[in-house]
Design a protein around this ligand. Structure first.
Ligand SMILES: *Cc1c(COP(=O)(O)O)cnc(C)c1O
Length: 504
């Protein structure tokens, strides 16, 4: 203000306020132990409930927060805040551990993964430079290397942890675009932007691919319309004849397909595209082959299931999510690149993070491979989980949920009031309640809504061939065939009730 500091002010600078708000001192350690202990107890209570949801609706939840000052003038003891949050928030989280929570690709995280999350948060390393995360950088490199082995990538493969499938898919198409423009137009997209002929660029994918393929195309300046959707076969896998004619048509039209975007586990059906055949087409037509294995990547763990992904090793890039069938806390994904030197296509040298001289000195340069700068040490979560549980146990869980989907589909098929919409793939069950009268396209979504409102079950709805469909996404190894039969009975009970209400 006037430049004249009081003695008071100077003394303050040697007495940091709130010593117990940070780790690093005895007072801080004690405060940390107390706060995390209270937090742990709150989590235990919140995750050990009788139903998967309380049923609270958005308005009720909004009312609860209406009077909460987010930034009050002065605060309160952390125990008080945690108690409040326990009532306000934790009481109405969705119970991902509950066998009745089967809507989305949202897994119950393993306890080793949760313990690792404590380490990740507590040490607050940032993966963008070695001096912000020394051993973590090397640990991530080690995890990535073994993941590349799991995919059966050749030597020279590389990868990086990501926030999930969205980011990994984006990165795959980003590199594909840069690679193609360099090879065909001698253009450095990083430096010079899109070539003038970018209007011709096309991404080929199936109509069942995740929406993030189109989203990435939009963000890459190519526009969603550059994504050409190949029809699927009866099993919702990319149809190969249709793929061949699509590529031929694109060529005939003078457009330039540059990437083939395959899926190993579609979100709706769990369908895995015929990856070997896709790989062959990609080689033949000189396309970048990206595989979105966000959901199905975990099949690689299983000796029994692995063959479904045959061909993935020929992909140029692969997206895998650990916060799905690998049972890790959100967020945790990886982007794997068969030819690791292609990370150069996106490399930026931020002088303050990775001086170019570091490259030769063997110092890890993870920021050059990532789309993020500050980045969490998420690789520690699969590392701790894998080393604790081992491959066989994780493979067991994957096989278990695949078998559950098969068994539950059989139960649907045998039920007089239910209809199986398609054969199960991976761990999804798609079915409908069949009313005697009334519109199934209205009644089925209503069943889902009412189950959620009553907190009885969290199931998904989607559309298959234009018809409203209910869906179980089975990720929870704690679910059983009988718990799922119980859910089916709830669906029928609610369906009957809604049908009766509507007919009167
Ligand atoms: C979940 C999923 C995504 C999106 O991944 P996020 O981890 O949610 O970003 C993309 N593709 C498929 C097939 C998925 O299942």
């Amino acid at each position: 203000m006037n430049g004249e500091k009081s003695l008071d002010g100077e003394e303050r600078l040697d007495q940091p306020p709130l010593d117990d708000a940070f780790l690093g001192s005895d007072a801080g350690s004690a405060a940390y132990a107390a706060a995390t202990d209270a937090a742990t107890r709150a989590v235990v209570t919140a995750t050990n409930r009788a139903t998967p949801y309380s049923g609270a609706d958005p308005d009720a939840l909004r009312d609860r927060f209406a009077d909460r000052r987010v930034l009050p003038e002065s605060g309160q003891p952390v125990e008080e805040t945690l108690a409040e949050v326990t009532d306000d928030v934790l009481s109405d989280v969705v119970g991902v551990f509950d066998p009745g929570c089967v809507a989305h690709l949202q897994c119950p995280p393993t306890i080793p993964g949760l313990a690792a999350e404590v380490l990740v948060a507590g040490t607050n390393q940032s993966m963008d430079s070695f001096d912000q995360a020394p051993a973590p950088s090397v640990c991530e490199e080690r995890v990535v290397s073994e993941l590349c082995d799991l995919v059966a990538f050749p030597a020279g493969a590389d990868g990086v942890f990501t926030s999930g499938g969205t980011q990994s898919n984006f990165q795959g198409l980003l590199l594909a675009r840069a690679w193609f423009c360099r090879d065909r137009f001698d253009r450095d997209v990083q430096a010079e932007g899109l070539p003038s002929r970018a209007d011709d660029l096309r991404v080929v994918t199936s109509e069942a691919a995740h929406f993030t393929a189109a989203q990435a195309a939009a963000q890459l300046g190519l526009g969603e319309d550059c994504v050409v959707e190949v029809p699927t076969d009866d099993s919702y896998r990319m149809d190969l004849d249709a793929l061949d004619s699509t590529i031929a048509d694109l060529r005939a039209d003078g457009t330039r397909p540059f990437a083939l975007f395959g899926t190993a586990g579609t979100t709706d059906h769990g369908a895995v595209d015929p990856l070997s055949e896709l790989a062959r087409r990609a080689t033949e037509h000189d396309l970048w082959f990206h595989v979105d294995a966000a959901y199905g990547g975990a099949l690689l763990l299983s000796d029994r299931e692995r063959a479904t992904l045959d061909g993935i090793a020929q992909a140029d890039s692969v997206a895998v999510d650990f916060h799905k069938l690998f049972y890790q806390p959100i967020s945790c994904g990886a982007f794997l690149l068969r030819n690791g030197s292609r990370f150069r296509l996106q490399d930026r040298n931020a002088a303050y993070l990775n001086p170019e001289t570091d490259d030769e000195s063997g110092i890890p340069n993870l920021v050059g491979k990532s789309l993020q700068t500050t980045r969490r040490f998420d690789a520690l979560k699969p590392y701790v989980t894998f080393r604790t549980l081992g491959r066989e146990r994780l493979a067991d869980w994957v096989e278990y949920v695949v078998d559950l989907a098969t068994a539950t589909s059989a139960d649907v098929r045998d039920h007089p009031d239910l209809e199986l919409v398609c054969e199960p793939q991976l761990s999804t069950v798609l079915f409908r309640y069949r009313p005697d009268e009334g519109d199934p396209d209205e009644i089925n979504p209503a069943i889902r809504g009412r189950l959620l409102r009553d907190g009885r079950a969290v199931i998904a709805r989607t559309e298959v061939d234009g018809e409203a469909t209910l869906k179980f996404t089975l990720l929870n190894p704690r679910a059983t065939r009988s718990s799922l039969r119980g859910l089916l009975e709830s669906v029928v009970e609610y369906g009957t009730e809604i049908e009766r209400e509507r007919s009167t």
